[in-house]
Design a protein around this ligand. Structure first.
Ligand code: DI6
Ligand code: FE
Length: 414
């Protein structure tokens, strides 16, 4: 038998497998990978031989905790510029909706993103991507939606793929064609929706750049009917959907997402009981975005207890964007999910691992430490996994395993 590539010994695993133990924990454990896949995740005493006989490289974890690589399953991180001056306006009393109605908000980022060159946009976005990765994130979802025309939407998604390749990270790209109505299309609303649902969708899909599609269904953005039109076109191409739902008002967004068997419905502050029930039935993940709730100083919280009772899987993500959630810290976001929304630290970690994978349709590939899955993991110098939600940022892994990097290293070695 050829040897495993890496074997971590004397580790503690938070496998995040659903089951009897909190965090799916295994103490006095070992973890091994080969060719970028996990080949062992269990107790030391179950190892089928002496460590040096089993693996090319044996690493003593010295009792550190190993978790699945973290997953940020909702970001808008490819954008140019920032909106600090709007933040200042909002602190003086202007509302997010009012700023959006006067051409600020999402549209000001669209202008900056359209104007940026590919390299400039990549450079600004790379800094954010790297910041996420420095906190143990190995999978990032990236949405378009700051182009609102074919050329710029394509540029955003290409950059997302490029950043992932540079870092051997996993990226999931989401086409957010219905994010805002560009002013040049203001008089042609229906034509814009048709364009983004038709030719633009097909062109981006043809380049293989769409893992899912998303829309902003809200009073200040697109109606349920427009969203349905967009989702129907996506479904016809066999694409899965996600939805910015019920963030600022109850538009029955959760139920609409469920109707299309969405991978996830996101935000959900205003979701009602019928929406929760529909999501449970459809298997749609609830993605909570406490960063946006915090920045907008919202007071209406998502119905967390109802999601728990209905067994709707709960995920947590940064929503990294220049308007409502200017953060690149998933660790800080986990803390906020606990303090603002009442998640337990274990739920917060499940929300950035197992359930986040599910929100991207990647549950067969990543999100738990299980034999056969990709070797995506993070090794943490902490005493207990609840520390990942306890600290307000500034927790960094001592090592990460990124399956693509591990597979590539193995190819060059042999
Ligand atoms: N909801 C959000 O929180 C972000 N987009 C969305 O649909 C905000 C995007 C922005 O303000 O730039
Ligand atoms: Fe968002």
């Amino acid at each position: 038998m050829s040897k495993w590539d890496h074997l971590w010994i004397n580790a503690r695993l938070a496998t995040m497998r659903e089951g009897a133990t909190a965090y799916g924990a295994v103490e006095d454990a070992a973890l091994a990978d080969k060719g970028g896949r996990l080949v062992y995740a269990g107790p030391m005493r179950g190892l089928p031989g002496k460590p040096d006989d089993l693996a090319t490289r044996v690493i003593d974890a010295k009792n550190q905790w190993i978790t699945p690589g973290l997953i940020d399953c909702h970001t808008h991180l490819v954008f140019a510029g920032n909106r600090a001056t709007e933040f200042e306006q909002r602190l003086k009393g202007a509302s997010y909706e009012a700023i959006a109605k006067t051409g600020g908000g999402i549209m000001s980022t669209v202008r900056a993103t359209r104007a940026a060159s590919e390299d400039e946009l990549a450079a600004q976005s790379r800094a954010r991507f790297n910041a996420l990765m420095s906190e143990g994130v190995t999978t990032v979802e990236v949405k378009s939606g700051y182009g609102l025309d074919l050329e710029t939407e394509l540029r955003q998604l290409r950059i997302a793929r490029r950043l992932a390749e540079e870092n051997y990270a996993r990226v999931s790209t989401t086409y957010l064609g219905l994010h805002a109505l560009p002013p040049e299309q203001a008089a042609k609303r229906a034509a814009y929706v048709a364009e983004m649902s038709g030719p633009v969708l097909r062109a981006i899909a043809a380049e293989g750049l769409i893992d899912a599609v998303d829309a902003f269904c809200e009073g200040i953005a697109f109606t349920a009917q427009e969203t349905e039109q967009f989702f129907s076109s996506a479904a016809a191409l066999g694409l899965r959907v996600k939805l910015h739902a019920d963030q600022l008002s109850d538009t029955n967004g959760a139920a609409l997402a469920a109707k299309f068997k969405a991978l996830s419905a996101d935000h959900l502050e205003y979701t009602d009981a019928a929406g929760v029930a529909a999501m449970a039935k459809a298997g749609t993940v609830a993605v909570l975005l406490p960063g946006a709730f915090f920045v907008l100083r919202e007071t209406k919280k998502p119905p967390v207890e109802a999601f728990r009772r209905a067994k709707v899987p709960i995920a947590v993500a940064t929503d990294c964007n220049p308007g409502t959630s200017p953060t690149v810290s998933l660790i800080t976001t986990m803390h906020m999910a606990c303090t603002l929304f009442g998640l337990t630290p274990e739920e917060a970690l499940a929300g950035t691992t197992r359930n986040a994978a599910r929100a991207l349709g990647l549950q067969g590939e990543t999100g738990t430490l299980e034999v056969g899955k990709a070797a995506d993991y993070a090794v943490w110098p902490i005493g207990h996994p609840c520390e990942l939600s306890y600290w307000i940022g500034s927790v960094n892994p001592s090592a990460t395993g990124r399956s693509a990097a591990l597979a590539a290293a193995n190819q060059t070695a042999s």
